[in-house]
Design a protein around this ligand. Structure first.
Ligand code: SF4
Length: 63
């Protein structure tokens, strides 16, 4: 699974970083970004929780 944060939608609330800190981090501009190229299997559940919990649906799956 590959994820990306849509920068036009992210409001920098930090929920994804709190839910899946192994996958998401803040960038210098205060918005979230994905730290990994491919989400490791053991973090997929957390990553999906973060994706579903994002208040602006900014986390999108990449092909
Ligand atoms: S949960 Fe969504 S809006 Fe909040 S920081 Fe993460 S990507 Fe941005």
């Amino acid at each position: 699974m590959k994820l990306e944060v849509n920068k036009d939608l992210c409001i920098g609330c930090g929920a994804c970083c709190a839910t899946a800190g192994e996958i998401f981090e803040f960038n210098d501009e205060g918005f979230a970004q994905v730290k990994v190229d491919v989400v490791p299997k053991e973090y997929e559940e957390d990553a999906i929780d973060a994706k579903e919990g994002c208040p602006t649906s900014a986390i999108e799956e990449k092909n």
